[in-house]
Design a protein around this ligand. Structure first.
Ligand code: TXA
Ligand code: MG
Length: 318
């Protein structure tokens, strides 16, 4: 049976025994295991039903640990780490021999970050190994931002969820790699690209096609509810065309006059950060309402709004 609690000692015991524990971070809940033990790493892939070619993020607690697990760390990487860690930024760096190939799916590079959640930082400080932690959801489904989401996904598979409350950011970390001294965006995330560019200058956004050939892991379809989901540039028309269906709307700051079963506003104040924080939890709620269809508009395409649009596109991908 799955248990939810705040018992760090229990989490430590389980992790030392190569068991998995769901952990809170500022972005989403992670499904964590000992990053240096193949047995634990394999359990993560199995529990998530994730293909082995989709690499995992290494979670550490201090910048001092970076050189243990990575090498050839560029000045740009250090600048970003200093500016944003602990925080929702993952750096893609050359790995050291200490990182098992299973973590990186055979790649010579490892993704690494320091999460910004006090409970998880305390946990990492007490372990003598780093944790690998993908989002704690089955492959392609909506990521969890509450302990209860993890329970719904893994009630019969996982024994412990460390409950650190609702995730403050609500969307995964931004992933940045480097090529010829320029930042490359592998995944849009909670840290806006504009913020990163203030520190290291213009970055290249890898497009989806390039990502797919580059990285089998970065599938287009992702973050998907079970309910059919449309991203629409004309909501009124989409409602009209689907008038025979039970529709739920996922909106930014303003309701629609049209009659639908439910309308959820992510931020009545029109704050994109608040909208990002509420995005997945609201998708989970809409997905549990027995609707025929969820319709969302494009959000303002700036800052974290770009990340919201990225997730909505992936959620609606066939
Ligand atoms: O916010 C986050 O990053 C959360 C929390 C739990 O820390 N974790 C997370 O992990 O989102 P996951 O496994 O759901 O997503 C990891 C992403 C995948 O898209 C994977 O392809 C990419 O990181 N990734 C990991 N290692 C990589 C590598 N060596 N090269 C390229 N991409 C990598
Ligand atoms: Mg994920």
């Amino acid at each position: 049976m799955i248990e939810v609690g705040q018992d760090l000692d229990k989490a430590i015991q389980l992790l030392r025994a190569n068991e998995l524990v769901a952990i809170p971070t500022e972005t989403v809940y992670g499904l964590a295991g000992n990053a240096l033990e193949e047995k634990a790493i394999r359990k993560i892939f199995q529990m998530k039903k994730r293909p082995l070619n989709n690499p995992l993020i290494l979670h550490i607690h201090s910048l001092d640990q970076l050189a243990t697990y990575c090498q050839n760390i560029s000045p740009h990487a250090y600048k970003l780490a200093q500016a944003f860690w602990p925080g929702p930024l993952t750096l893609l760096l050359d790995k050291s021999h200490r990182v098992p190939d299973l973590v990186t799916a055979g790649s010579a590079q490892v993704a690494v970050r320091i999460p910004n959640h006090s409970m998880t930082l305390h946990l990492l400080q007490q372990l003598d190994f780093p944790l690998v932690a993908p989002s704690a959801n089955p492959f392609t489904t909506i990521s969890p931002t509450k302990a209860q989401h993890v329970v719904l996904y893994f009630a019969d598979k996982l024994s412990y969820v460390l409950d650190g409350g609702d995730c403050q950011q609500g969307i995964e970390s931004t992933i940045i790699g480097f090529k010829e001294n320029q930042g490359q965006v592998y995944r849009l995330g909670s840290l806006a690209i504009e913020e990163i560019e203030k520190v290291i200058g213009p970055c290249v956004l890898l497009n989806k096609k390039a990502e797919q050939t580059l990285l089998p892991g970065m599938f287009h379809k992702h973050y998907s509810p079970r309910t059919p989901f449309i991203l629409s540039s004309d909501i009124q028309q989409s409602i009209h065309i689907n008038s025979d269906k039970k529709i739920g709307l996922l909106l930014f700051d303003q309701g629609m006059k049209e009659e639908v079963v439910v309308q959820k506003l992510l931020s009545p104040q029109g704050d994109l950060q608040e909208a990002a924080t509420n995005l997945y939890a609201t998708m989970h709620t809409l997905d549990s309402m027995g609707l025929d269809l969820i319709i969302a508009p494009y959000f303002p395409n700036l800052g974290i709004g770009k990340t919201i649009n990225d997730r909505l596109k992936r959620a609606s991908a066939k």
